[in-house]
Design a binder for this molecule. Structure first.
Ligand code: UGA
Length: 452
């Protein structure tokens, strides 16, 4: 099938590369010419494992362009995957979505085109995009824009495992009010639903994976599923963090508690790791958007609001713990291990490291930091905070009064803690992710604490 994807961010690029890989002819469009030039030359603007490799394999089916007249006419499916950044009120900014819809409307022709909202968009956006398309089409003189339908196909990919989540998803959700649109998207995703494509060697298919479930529903339900899924995952994290506070006071081990409740199949083991709380571009934005949408209907969402409050509190607890341990923060040197909001990405949006670094610097601390991938980006986007970047975790440890594990990169799990302890002025380690082996760290001569 012929596919156009508007927006080459995380979602758009991953979707485009995966659809091209399974055999569709894909046009990836972005208004940023320099980004398109770099992509055409094989440079990936984000850090995402195996994206470069998969792009090379899919290249014969991929075209990168800034031109709507090149990408849209004749397309069977057009995905809108533009950014919807949060505004001050919490409601997402839909400017890019509106521009994309209008530009698509100016160039649709062909038998039947399904225009799909892939970005996370507020409930009702499907209808809104439909009305923008109709309005633009009506203004055209050529009479070619006759047959199209709008659908919602929310994505559930996680940064850092975006390709795995796209090729081997837990489910595919498609919302449309017209049956023909559902049929087109069913054909598009068939190789993924039936798992008939040849798996890349570096992204093998798990043997236990059967057919991928497809949920086809109406537009509004598909839109709400995306927000509800993210809010629920955010809630799970905040729940375990709230329990963690109690665990700490009563002397219980929160990792064991998480494992113990997660083994109940009604609860499930994932997203029950306590620690610094969630970051990233999605949970904060989507919970805020859900609260904003509910507000428009006069509905309060105390559970989702509480999840957000608990998440904010986890960041403060780092400073409280350090204060408790070191008594005085002014004049201390504290090292951060990890800056990205989670491992395997260089994304810093709502990364706990930013807030923690700022809070410490405001209290007169000298802050050193290391991250295997995200340092350059941190300097570019948050250089004004004034962190001292180090080439390695050991360089961070040099002369520190405390180290904080902020992002659980694998390389930090295997550090030689005896060497780390010797380099520090006072060997105290705060494990913000429950990622390290407490006994091992303590045997190496460090004092250990965690954020439960
Ligand atoms: C999230 C969802 O997991 C995806 O399904 C969704 O498609 C995506 O948002 C989106 O809306 O685009 P992502 O933000 O990439 O994906 O990252 P996650 O892996 O979900 O992690 C989010 C945050 O939660 C991270 O900061 C992570 O460290 C934290 N987390 C996760 C915990 O603190 N504890 C856990 O047990 C799990």
């Amino acid at each position: 099938m012929r596919v156009a994807i508007i927006g080459t961010g995380y979602v758009g690029l991953t979707t485009g590369v995966c659809l091209a890989f399974i055999g569709h002819e894909v046009f990836c469009l972005d208004s940023d010419q320099s980004k398109i030039d770099r992509l055409a030359a094989g440079h990936i603007p984000i850090y995402e494992p195996y994206l470069k490799e998969l792009l090379e394999e899919a290249r014969p089916n991929l075209t990168f362009t800034t031109s709507y007249p090149e990408a849209i006419p004749g397309a069977d499916v057009v995905f809108i995957a533009v950014g919807t950044p949060p505004t001050l009120s919490g409601a997402p900014n839909l400017e890019f979505l509106s521009q994309a819809a209008k530009s698509i409307g100016q160039h649709i022709d062909g038998d039947f085109t399904v225009v799909v909202n892939k970005s996370t968009v507020p409930i009702g956006s499907g209808n809104w995009v439909g009305s923008l398309l109709r309005e633009t089409c009506e203004q055209r003189q050529d009479g070619l824009c006759t047959a199209f339908a709008v659908a919602s196909n929310p994505e559930f990919l996680r940064e850092g495992s975006a390709l795995h989540d796209s090729l081997y998803p837990d489910r595919i959700v498609i919302g449309a009010d017209e049956p023909r649109a559902l049929e087109v998207l069913y054909s598009l995703y068939r190789p993924i639903l039936d798992q008939t494509f040849g798996a890349p060697t570096y992204l093998p298919r798990q043997e236990s994976l059967g057919a991928v479930p497809l949920l086809s529903t109406d537009l509004a339900s598909a839109e709400l599923i995306k927000y509800a899924a993210n809010a629920f995952l955010a809630l799970k994290i905040s729940f375990i963090n709230e329990i963690g506070l109690v665990a700490e006071r009563v002397g219980a081990n929160i990792s064991e508690v998480g494992r113990g409740i997660g083994l109940d199949s009604r609860i499930g083991p994932r997203f029950l790791s306590a620690g610094l709380g969630w970051g990233g571009s999605c949970f904060g934005k989507d919970t805020a958007a859900l609260i904003a949408t509910a507000g428009e209907y006069g509905i309060h969402m105390p559970i989702v609001e509480a999840a957000k409050k608990i998440n904010a509190r986890q960041r403060d607890r780092v400073v409280e713990k350090l204060l408790h341990e070191l008594k005085i923060l002014k004049g201390r040197t504290i090292g951060l291990l990890g800056l990205a909001f989670k491992p395997n990405t260089d994304d810093l949006r709502e990364a706990p490291a930013i807030e923690i670094a700022q809070k410490l610097i405001d209290r007169g601390v000298r802050v050193k930091a290391h991250d295997p991938i995200a340092m350059e980006r941190f300097e570019k986007e948050h250089g004004s905070i004034g962190l001292q970047m180090c080439k390695s975790a050991l360089e961070v440890a040099e002369g520190c009064d405390a180290l904080v594990l902020v992002t659980e990169w694998n390389e930090y799990r295997d550090l030689d803690w005896e060497v780390v302890a010797k380099k520090m002025r006072s060997p105290f380690l705060l494990d913000g992710r429950h990622a390290l082996d407490r006994e091992k760290v303590m045997r190496a001569g460090l004092r250990y604490a965690s954020i439960s």
